[in-house]
Design a protein around this ligand. Structure first.
Ligand code: ADP
Ligand code: MG
Length: 313
């Protein structure tokens, strides 16, 4: 009962509630429930995403402000990458606490600009306000599909291979501020292959995989020994008492790509890589449930990751 009560207050229960009641429009091809919304426009499909990063939640009061600016922009670029597309235009609203000086504000802008320059994105607007609370930044990014198909969370099919870029876990040791959203990789994959479903790992591998499973109405089996465990996960495990694998499965903010495709295509991608970033096949889509295969045996895998509003995930 407690768990239920918590779940009812949780972030995903709230998003579900909003989703049931949100006003619609015929131009919204994909609304709430994916990394970006997909909107019809005379220039073809557009994607749009918005995110907040908040002091004390996504960064600490003493985090270098240039890194805060980078993280705000890069997290939204990652949501566009999760659609298989390249971000084009950023607008950013900033709530600035009185303690910050003009120089501090410039540092935030430098961080936003670093990310925009690295990814060829225009910073085209925003809003600046003061706040009695901590620093927060809200970033909104749009991109045109430009002939590509936006890749949704809802397209996974039974039999698909599940793949992930990079390595996972322990991002709190540094990667969560300095990650490189996998934009070039996402666009190359979407150009060269038929991707069935994709998401970026912001909440955690098992939690984000679960988002794909819920939207696709499928299940998954993950092979424990195939999950690419990062050095940071190993290092963090020494302090936490968890295993490196638990960190790789449950930690958030790695901003790697998690995607599904035909198993034949997946083998071709592994045999003939189309970019330098490592890619691993970590499991397969099945009809129902979420399982971890360890030494040939299946164990139920609880989706674990960061959930705002403290609901049980
Ligand atoms: P991500 O981690 O990829 O940024 P979220 O978990 O924040 O995605 O959001 C999941 C989905 O719910 C997205 O489609 C997002 O646009 C939508 N969403 C989240 N919060 C709200 C809200 N307050 N109102 C409407 N839609 C929301
Ligand atoms: Mg996302």
């Amino acid at each position: 009962m407690n768990a239920n009560k918590n779940a009812n207050r949780g972030e995903f229960a709230l998003i579900d509630y909003i989703r049931q009641r949100a006003a619609g429009s015929p131009c919204v091809r994909v609304g709430i429930g994916d990394d970006c919304a997909v909107i019809d426009s005379p220039a073809g499909p557009l994607v749009i995403t918005t995110d907040m990063i908040i002091e004390g939640v996504h960064f600490l009061r003493d985090t270098p402000l240039r890194q805060v600016g980078w993280k705000a922009a890069a997290a939204s670029f990652s949501d566009v990458a999760a659609m298989g597309l390249s971000p084009e235009v950023l607008v950013c609203a900033a709530a600035l606490p009185a303690r910050l000086s003009m120089d501090d504000a410039r540092e935030i802008l430098l961080g936003l600009n670093d990310a925009c320059e690295a990814y060829g994105v225009a910073l085209a607007g925003g809003d600046t306000d003061s706040t009695p609370g901590g620093l927060s930044l809200c970033t909104t990014v749009i991109a045109h599909a430009r002939g590509l198909k936006p890749v949704l969370r809802s397209g996974a099919r039974v039999g698909d291979a599940i793949l992930v870029t990079g390595s996972l876990g322990g991002s709190i040791l540094g990667k969560h501020l300095a990650f490189r959203p996998r934009v070039a990789e996402a666009v190359a994959l979407n150009t060269s292959f038929s991707l069935h479903a994709m998401i970026d790992i912001s909440d955690g591998l098992s939690a984000d995989l679960n988002h794909i499973l819920e939207e696709s109405k499928t299940g998954a089996v993950i092979d424990a020994e195939k999950v690419p465990v990062s050095d940071a996960a190993r290092q963090l495990a020494k302090q936490t008492g968890k295993t490196p694998l638990q960190h790789a499965l449950g930690d958030g903010e790695d901003f790697e790509l998690l995607f599904t495709m035909d198993p034949g295509d997946a083998r071709r991608l592994i045999e003939r890589p189309i970019f330098d970033t490592p890619v691993a096949i970590i499991g397969e889509i099945v009809e129902d449930g979420l399982f971890l295969r360890i030494d040939g045996k299946l164990e139920p895998l609880k989706p674990q990751g960061y959930e705002h509003l403290g609901g049980g995930s």
